[in-house]
Design a protein. Structure first.
Length: 165
């Protein structure tokens, strides 16, 4: 049997599985998107800034422009939204593609899509319960950890970190 741990202090930071706790007015705050470092990215998404979507572009022209700009990439896919998703072989290609502003006659905007370039996981470690999220991120930055949040529960109107067994 494990020794009992002290109850952590009330937690007022971000919590829950999918969204932060509600504000005082009951509405939920939204989390700002994370900045994915170029060195950790493999995917780049292109969006047409004009009125015509990129879906109408000839795939051979797209491949020629991408290959000429960044070298041969792993894949280029047209998405249902009309955007292009490029999977690269290395961060040097990502950095090059982020500078691309035109594909054929289409003005484009390049960005690193967060969901495609990150992974989520759950870590259970009682030893981290009393630490602040910012401190955990700081200590684990060398492992490319860029965000963290505790799983919480609402108990007597106070949001508390859960003690996972």
């Amino acid at each position: 049997m494990l020794p009992s741990l002290p109850t952590p202090p009330p937690y007022s930071g971000v919590g829950g599985h999918d969204r932060p706790p509600p504000r005082n007015d009951g509405r939920y705050e939204t989390r700002t998107p994370l900045d994915i470092d170029v060195k950790n990215a493999s995917f780049v998404m292109f969006h047409a800034t004009g009125s015509a979507p990129l879906a109408g572009l000839n795939p051979f022209i797209v491949q020629k422009v991408i290959d000429g700009w960044a070298g041969v990439v792993e894949s280029v896919k047209k998405l249902a939204s009309g955007d292009l998703l490029v999977k690269t072989f290395n961060s040097k290609q990502v950095a090059s593609l982020l500078k691309l502003r035109q594909i054929h006659n289409y003005e484009v905007e390049a960005k690193i899509p967060q969901a495609m370039n990150s992974c989520r996981g759950e870590i259970t470690c009682r030893d981290l319960m009393m630490m602040e999220e910012t401190e955990i991120i700081e200590k684990m930055r060398n492992q490319d950890i860029i965000d963290t949040r505790f799983i919480t529960r609402l108990e007597d109107g106070i949001r508390k970190k859960t003690l996972q067994h």
